[in-house]
Ligand binder design. Structure first.
Ligand SMILES: [Zn+2]
Length: 185
Protein backbone atom coordinates (compact mmCIF):
# COMPACT_ATOMS: atom_id res chain seq x y z
CA UNK A 1 0.00 0.00 0.00
CA UNK A 2 1.18 3.47 -0.81
CA UNK A 3 -0.10 6.87 0.11
CA UNK A 4 -0.43 8.71 -3.19
CA UNK A 5 -0.58 12.42 -3.95
CA UNK A 6 -4.14 13.71 -4.27
CA UNK A 7 -4.51 15.86 -7.36
CA UNK A 8 -6.17 19.23 -7.00
CA UNK A 9 -8.73 21.16 -8.97
CA UNK A 10 -7.18 22.25 -12.23
CA UNK A 11 -5.72 18.83 -13.00
CA UNK A 12 -7.54 17.66 -16.15
CA UNK A 13 -8.13 14.17 -14.72
CA UNK A 14 -10.70 15.67 -12.34
CA UNK A 15 -12.72 16.87 -15.33
CA UNK A 16 -12.41 13.70 -17.40
CA UNK A 17 -15.05 10.95 -17.18
CA UNK A 18 -13.49 7.74 -15.85
CA UNK A 19 -13.72 4.51 -17.84
CA UNK A 20 -15.13 1.17 -16.74
CA UNK A 21 -12.80 -1.48 -15.41
CA UNK A 22 -13.03 -4.60 -17.54
CA UNK A 23 -14.42 -7.29 -15.19
CA UNK A 24 -11.58 -9.69 -16.03
CA UNK A 25 -9.05 -7.05 -15.02
CA UNK A 26 -10.46 -6.44 -11.55
CA UNK A 27 -8.27 -9.19 -10.09
CA UNK A 28 -5.15 -7.86 -11.82
CA UNK A 29 -2.26 -6.52 -9.81
CA UNK A 30 -2.59 -2.89 -11.04
CA UNK A 31 -6.29 -2.68 -10.16
CA UNK A 32 -5.85 -4.37 -6.77
CA UNK A 33 -2.92 -2.07 -6.03
CA UNK A 34 -5.03 0.95 -7.02
CA UNK A 35 -7.72 -0.15 -4.54
CA UNK A 36 -5.16 -0.62 -1.74
CA UNK A 37 -3.58 2.75 -2.49
CA UNK A 38 -6.96 4.51 -2.54
CA UNK A 39 -7.75 3.13 0.92
CA UNK A 40 -4.33 4.08 2.30
CA UNK A 41 -4.50 7.56 0.76
CA UNK A 42 -8.06 8.19 1.98
CA UNK A 43 -7.09 7.26 5.53
CA UNK A 44 -3.90 9.31 5.46
CA UNK A 45 -5.85 12.35 4.25
CA UNK A 46 -8.50 11.77 6.95
CA UNK A 47 -11.16 11.77 4.26
CA UNK A 48 -14.30 9.64 4.30
CA UNK A 49 -14.12 8.77 0.60
CA UNK A 50 -11.74 8.85 -2.35
CA UNK A 51 -12.13 8.22 -6.06
CA UNK A 52 -9.55 7.00 -8.57
CA UNK A 53 -9.42 10.29 -10.54
CA UNK A 54 -8.30 12.04 -7.35
CA UNK A 55 -5.07 10.04 -7.48
CA UNK A 56 -4.69 10.51 -11.23
CA UNK A 57 -6.30 7.27 -12.40
CA UNK A 58 -8.97 7.23 -15.08
CA UNK A 59 -10.77 4.12 -13.80
CA UNK A 60 -14.28 3.90 -12.32
CA UNK A 61 -13.29 3.00 -8.77
CA UNK A 62 -14.04 4.67 -5.44
CA UNK A 63 -13.71 3.75 -1.80
CA UNK A 64 -15.32 5.13 1.33
CA UNK A 65 -15.29 4.57 5.06
CA UNK A 66 -16.44 6.52 8.08
CA UNK A 67 -14.58 5.68 11.27
CA UNK A 68 -16.40 5.25 14.57
CA UNK A 69 -15.41 8.70 15.72
CA UNK A 70 -17.55 11.26 17.58
CA UNK A 71 -16.09 13.95 15.31
CA UNK A 72 -17.59 12.17 12.31
CA UNK A 73 -21.32 11.99 12.98
CA UNK A 74 -23.14 9.65 10.63
CA UNK A 75 -20.67 6.83 11.10
CA UNK A 76 -19.42 4.32 11.42
CA UNK A 77 -19.73 3.19 7.84
CA UNK A 78 -17.62 0.12 7.09
CA UNK A 79 -15.08 0.27 4.26
CA UNK A 80 -16.59 -0.27 0.85
CA UNK A 81 -14.86 -0.55 -2.52
CA UNK A 82 -17.11 0.18 -5.50
CA UNK A 83 -16.09 -0.50 -9.11
CA UNK A 84 -18.11 0.53 -12.21
CA UNK A 85 -20.91 2.05 -10.11
CA UNK A 86 -24.39 3.02 -11.19
CA UNK A 87 -26.49 4.97 -8.75
CA UNK A 88 -30.22 5.57 -8.76
CA UNK A 89 -31.70 8.32 -6.59
CA UNK A 90 -34.60 7.21 -4.41
CA UNK A 91 -37.59 9.51 -3.83
CA UNK A 92 -37.14 12.23 -1.27
CA UNK A 93 -36.45 15.95 -1.02
CA UNK A 94 -32.87 17.06 -1.53
CA UNK A 95 -30.94 17.55 1.70
CA UNK A 96 -28.37 20.33 2.15
CA UNK A 97 -25.25 19.71 4.20
CA UNK A 98 -21.63 20.79 4.31
CA UNK A 99 -19.05 19.13 2.10
CA UNK A 100 -15.40 19.49 1.43
CA UNK A 101 -13.09 17.70 -0.98
CA UNK A 102 -9.48 16.67 -0.65
CA UNK A 103 -9.04 17.82 -4.27
CA UNK A 104 -10.46 21.25 -3.39
CA UNK A 105 -8.56 21.71 -0.14
CA UNK A 106 -9.50 24.30 2.44
CA UNK A 107 -13.06 24.98 1.32
CA UNK A 108 -16.50 24.01 2.59
CA UNK A 109 -19.87 24.54 0.99
CA UNK A 110 -23.49 23.56 1.32
CA UNK A 111 -24.41 20.92 -1.26
CA UNK A 112 -27.84 19.46 -1.99
CA UNK A 113 -27.90 15.67 -2.28
CA UNK A 114 -30.51 12.95 -2.56
CA UNK A 115 -31.31 11.53 0.89
CA UNK A 116 -31.16 7.96 -0.37
CA UNK A 117 -29.55 6.22 -3.34
CA UNK A 118 -29.38 2.68 -4.63
CA UNK A 119 -25.88 1.64 -5.64
CA UNK A 120 -24.99 -1.12 -8.05
CA UNK A 121 -21.51 -2.10 -9.14
CA UNK A 122 -18.79 -4.61 -8.47
CA UNK A 123 -16.66 -5.17 -5.40
CA UNK A 124 -12.89 -5.70 -5.47
CA UNK A 125 -13.44 -9.42 -5.95
CA UNK A 126 -15.54 -8.72 -9.07
CA UNK A 127 -18.73 -9.77 -7.30
CA UNK A 128 -21.95 -7.79 -7.82
CA UNK A 129 -22.77 -5.08 -5.30
CA UNK A 130 -26.30 -3.81 -4.74
CA UNK A 131 -27.03 -1.73 -1.67
CA UNK A 132 -28.98 1.24 -0.45
CA UNK A 133 -27.26 4.22 1.12
CA UNK A 134 -28.85 6.89 3.33
CA UNK A 135 -27.62 9.84 5.35
CA UNK A 136 -23.91 10.52 5.28
CA UNK A 137 -23.25 7.35 3.26
CA UNK A 138 -25.66 8.56 0.56
CA UNK A 139 -23.88 11.93 0.42
CA UNK A 140 -20.45 10.32 0.17
CA UNK A 141 -21.54 7.96 -2.61
CA UNK A 142 -23.00 10.84 -4.66
CA UNK A 143 -19.84 12.93 -4.18
CA UNK A 144 -17.58 10.05 -5.27
CA UNK A 145 -19.82 9.06 -8.16
CA UNK A 146 -19.64 12.65 -9.37
CA UNK A 147 -15.83 12.44 -9.38
CA UNK A 148 -16.08 9.52 -11.82
CA UNK A 149 -18.02 11.83 -14.14
CA UNK A 150 -15.69 14.80 -13.91
CA UNK A 151 -17.95 16.68 -11.50
CA UNK A 152 -16.87 18.31 -8.22
CA UNK A 153 -19.01 19.53 -5.32
CA UNK A 154 -18.67 23.15 -6.38
CA UNK A 155 -20.64 22.28 -9.53
CA UNK A 156 -23.50 20.99 -7.36
CA UNK A 157 -23.78 24.03 -5.12
CA UNK A 158 -26.95 26.03 -5.72
CA UNK A 159 -25.64 29.14 -3.98
CA UNK A 160 -21.94 29.90 -3.85
CA UNK A 161 -22.50 32.32 -0.98
CA UNK A 162 -22.14 29.44 1.48
CA UNK A 163 -18.60 28.75 0.20
CA UNK A 164 -16.11 29.31 3.02
CA UNK A 165 -12.53 28.58 3.97
CA UNK A 166 -12.30 25.83 6.58
CA UNK A 167 -11.03 28.10 9.34
CA UNK A 168 -13.78 30.67 8.81
CA UNK A 169 -16.34 27.90 8.43
CA UNK A 170 -15.38 26.48 11.80
CA UNK A 171 -15.42 29.93 13.36
CA UNK A 172 -18.62 31.37 11.95
CA UNK A 173 -20.74 28.78 10.23
CA UNK A 174 -20.45 25.37 11.83
CA UNK A 175 -23.14 25.28 14.49
CA UNK A 176 -22.69 23.22 17.63
CA UNK A 177 -24.77 20.44 16.15
CA UNK A 178 -22.96 20.21 12.86
CA UNK A 179 -19.41 21.15 13.83
CA UNK A 180 -16.93 18.88 12.07
CA UNK A 181 -19.89 17.62 10.10
CA UNK A 182 -18.48 18.52 6.72
CA UNK A 183 -18.03 15.31 4.76
CA UNK A 184 -14.55 15.69 3.26
CA UNK A 185 -14.50 13.33 0.32
ZN1 LIG B 1 -14.02 14.99 -3.59
Amino acid sequence: MAVLDIVRLGHPVLRTPAVEVSPDEIGSEPVQRLVDDLVATMRAARGVGLSAPQVGSGLQVFVFEVADDPELPGGPVPLKVVINPMIVAQPGRLVYDWEGCTSVPGLRGLVPRHPEVRVRGLDRGGQPLDFGATGLESRIVQHEYDHLNGVVFLDRMRDLRSLAFTEEWQRYLAGEENREHAAVV
